[in-house]
Design a protein around this ligand. Structure first.
Ligand code: G1P
Length: 292
């Protein structure tokens, strides 16, 4: 049973300045919660009990967020605010948190490699800390992926979402082997290809499962797109050597909210706020009035 996840949160978030100047983009709220809380809650639902964050400069508020805040809990309890106390339930989940820093910004592949000493010889999940899967993170994609990883004896399982062809330039893109169903075998993976070079419209959707052999490939991976050490390139190395890689498609209700820029952030925020059980209906009315 895989219960260990690595969550990279070291990126600078330059596409979301000035909002991200002094706070991590992973801590921006979408509806009521910071993005990274949705990511962790999704992982916990899928059986993850150890979370290793790969952090960087300016990311300490993420560590603070997952601490148990005893004085705040006491204050809420003593002042009879049981409802607000409920909102801190996530702190008390049976999860262990670990933090290490990516000391140089050398890319996503390098960030994953920073977890090598702690992860050692265990299979593990990688969940990008800036992407929410499903409205309110209602997705069991990671537990589906870990089951497939074990059943298929794969070294790599990657989650995919079909994107419009003009968007392939923003993602790692799958070259499937054979027919593409809900699950398919990977022939190759290409980081951010041009529309003309893209072998499909299946885009890597921020969740991966790896056997520790990925660390060997990452150690050999040369800087690729953007001069960065790309996780996609390490997967490419393994696939070319005959390691088994499986792709899993997100279900229709499991949209990926990729909070990398303001366009997608605004969309995610509005969608989550409209789904809020308390204020969603009134917001719906408000937006309708604004649009008329
Ligand atoms: C990273 C990966 C890319 C993947 C994307 C979303 O890109 O390199 O392959 O498709 O995350 O999961 P980034 O968004 O960091 O540029």
């Amino acid at each position: 049973m895989i219960d260990l996840a690595l969550v990279p949160v070291a990126g600078w978030g330059t596409r979301m300045l000035p909002a991200t100047k002094s706070q991590p983009k992973e801590m921006l709220p979408v509806g009521r919660k910071p993005i990274v809380q949705y990511v962790v809650e999704e992982l916990v639902k899928s059986g993850i009990r150890q979370v290793l964050f790969i952090t960087g400069q300016g990311k300490t508020s993420i560590e603070n967020h997952f601490d148990i805040d005893a004085p705040l809990i006491t204050y809420l309890r003593e002042t009879g605010r049981e409802e607000q106390l409920q909102e801190l339930q996530f702190e008390r989940e049976d999860v262990e948190y670990f933090y290490t820093r990516q000391r140089r910004q050398l890319g996503l592949g390098h960030a994953v490699l920073c977890g090598k000493a702690m992860i050692g010889a265990h299979p593990f999940v990688v969940a990008l800390g800036d992407s929410i899967i499903g409205l309110n993170a209602e997705s069991d994609i990671v537990s589906r992926m870990t089951s497939i990883f074990e059943r298929e004896k794969a070294d790599i399982v990657v989650c995919f979402e079909e994107v419009p062809s003009e968007e392939v330039v923003h993602y790692g893109i799958a070259k499937p082997k054979g027919t593409v169903g809900e699950i398919f075998e990977l022939a190759d993976l290409i980081e951010k290809p041009s529309v003309a070079d893209a072998p499909s419209r299946l885009a890597v959707a921020a969740r991966y499962v790896f056997s520790p052999v990925i660390f060997d490939a990452l150690a050999e991976t040369k800087p690729g797109k953007g001069g960065e050490i790309q996780l996609t390139d390490a997967i490419h190395i393994l696939l070319k050597r005959g390691h088994k890689g499986i792709g899993v498609k997100l279900a229709d209700h499991e949209r990926r909210f990729d909070i990398g820029n303001f366009e997608s952030y605004f969309q995610a925020f509005v969608e989550f706020a409209l789904a809020d059980p308390q204020y969603g209906a009134a917001l719906h009315e408000h937006v309708r009035r604004l649009l008329n």
